[in-house]
Design a protein around this ligand. Sequence first.
Ligand code: PHE
Length: 346
Amino acid sequence: QTEAALAAIVASATLDALEAQRLETLGKKGWVSLALKTLGGMSPEERTAAAPAIQSARAAIAEALDAKKAALEAAELEAALARETIDLTLPAQAASKGSVHPVSQVMDELAEIFADLGFAVATGPEIEDDWHNFTALNMDETHPARAMHDTFYFPDKTVEGKDVLLRTHTSPVQIRSMLDQGAPIRIIAPGRVYRSDSDATHTPMFHQVEGLVIDKDIHLGHLKWTLETFFKAFFEREDITLRLRPSYFPFTEPSVEVDVGYSNEGGRRVVGGHGDAPGHAWMEIGGSGMVNARVLAFAGLDPAEWQGFAFGLGIDRIAMLKYGMNDLRAFFDGDPRWLAHYGFSP
Ligand code: PHE
């Protein structure tokens, strides 16, 4: 019987079959276990005579079960390894990489150029309050200029009694900088701004860079030199010409709009040259002026002691000019083919 059991164990082809053999022999109701139990009912003499055979059968069977189990498990592992082999010679799947967005690229570049001119980068919240966005910039509740901003308000929300809105320009950072650090100041503040407006040249979110210089004896000539120097570095051309055109902003006095001379080359606007020269024209690139004395006072500075200039430029617009892009909306579609077309791929 032992020989038969050992043979059956060796012949087991699967772990299940082997388990069946174990139950038949060493299991609770297996014949070896039952035989061992009969020893208890025997006389000492009978037991001495019968025990060795049963004990050695049990040991032999247990040993055979263990050996076969190890062999079957090893075989199963071999089979799994063979089944799951990986072909290391297959080409890897190309992962798509991102690239810097043209707007980010321009923000980095202008921060670098202005850093060379001694400007630090300042920031303010995109969720602004009415006071910083309007009132402190000399636009009280009844000011008509407020209506021109197509402001996104947060309905039913106030902070310390002030309405909450998405900032419509980066100018509130002027106020925050003056209140935070006092004078003198030399900062730029690039960032997102929001207006409820959308067509080929307007998106509800766009980017501006604010500039603010507060010091003593600052005048419009400093403003013109600063912007000219910036545009020469940014467009990498010496023949940049700016024109300051009288304008109106509540927060500057006097106020000027800044135009840059350009020409059309192959359907593309190329910055450079005098706007009145043949084949050239002027293009508006931003607003600016001397900081209004009322704004200085709102921001805690004495207008008798300090004055300065401020400007606001559209970053998306100067990015379009630099890279020859013509649809502002494409900036925010996130289409990698559009980016690649203009050379913005990794
Ligand atoms: N904040 C103005 C705008 O968004 C631009 C500007 C900034 C004008 C600073 C003058 C001075 O239109």
